[in-house]
Design a protein around this ligand. Sequence first.
Ligand SMILES: Cc1ncc(COP(=O)(O)O)c(C=O)c1O
Length: 459
Amino acid sequence: MAQVRTEQTKFLLSESELPRRWYNIRADMPNPAQPVLHPGTGQPVGPDDLAPLFPMELILQEVSEDAEVAIPEEILDIYSLWRPTPLFRARRLEQAIGTRSRIFYKYEGVSPPGSHKPNTAVAQAYYNAKEGRTRLATETGAGQWGSALAFATTLFGLECKVYMVKISYEQKPFRRSLIQAWGATIIASPSEETQSGRAVLEEHPDSPGSLGIAISEAVEDAASREDTAYSLGSVLNHVLLHQTVIGQEAIAQMDQAGAFPDVVIGCVGGGSNFAGLAFPFLREKIAGREIDVLACEPTACPTLTRGVFAYDFGDTSKLTPLAPMHTLGHDFVPAPIHAGGLRYHGVAPLISQLVRDGLVRAEAYLQNDCFASAVEFARHEGIIPAPEAAHAIHGAIQTARAADEAGEERTILFNLSGHGHFDMAAYDKYFAGDLEDVALDEAEIQRALAAIEGLPTPA
Ligand SMILES: Cc1ncc(COP(=O)(O)O)c(C=O)c1O
């Protein structure tokens, strides 16, 4: 186990140390992720199938097997508004919980929208603008992704339409304002503006919405307009690729601290912040280094811990290709928990494959336990975490406690993917004791999984 050399709290890199390449884990995976399939033909999806929705450079990144992809100067220039992000040693939290372990966290909340999401939003806006698209359509859960894309598109002079999951639209009015401040148009999903939205509303007029439904609406919008591309904030290979600046910076910063993590932890919705931190460390793990890599998810949406590995649609209306991933079924509508960004029925195929191969393990937590850990963290470290990131904090605290019980000392690194300044209503509910803990029963999981019967089975 590496020793910490200094008493330093904050590990910073200069702008000139910003990574100049994204890391593509596809080059190193022991078993490649299986291909995404066209639902009509059952054949692997090719670049031409994706061209109506995405610019060609992103499609090429989606299928690339090169280990590294150069980051264009224009993107680096925008990244330098907030990157490199700081890495902290959580000394006060360590003391408060009385652990012998060292806890470090990488803080992505310093970006203008307050999370890791602009790492890919800026890249996606750049490639779309370069290839002549003038408008982007997207979905957003908690509003973090919608605000990140609104921020990125305004920098490149693109229009942006955001379909926001209705429950979050109602719970998070100020993320809505943020999206509008950056010049995007926003609507609650399910909406009356698309066929997919109208179909859901007809059957469930009070639907709280879900990421699956909002994705259907945004894809339909993009597919029906020549000037518009679709933009996704997680799950896809190119999105995970763009996030790897996080882990590359963290490796350099841990090095500054004279340490290397025994455990790397992130929360998982679609998987992008987890991949961003973990993939550069998994590169080392695949090369033989011992690292425990832990993905944290909510018990209300336990995709990795209780879902199946299967081919499934990415959205509720079955408009997307079939992806090989851990899934709870495309019509699964998670309970309206406050970590809106973790309410997705599937997870990135790359992460699913790595879980299958035993390189990543997963745990699921109740939301009240996550808020308790988030509050403990805030009271000692200061930062108010996003409810999604609270799952990673809970994972880190649990890991430290387990190590103490086993009489071990570990170096733990987790991703603090965003701040919770726009999530204070959720904290209010937690303090009032009004947050419900949702643990799914097996019957509901089996009901939802019936939706994928008859779809192709992965090898
Ligand atoms: C702060 C934060 N963390 C994590 C997530 C989960 O997404 P992903 O798994 O793609 O990182 C979100 C999604 O909105 C988020 O806003």
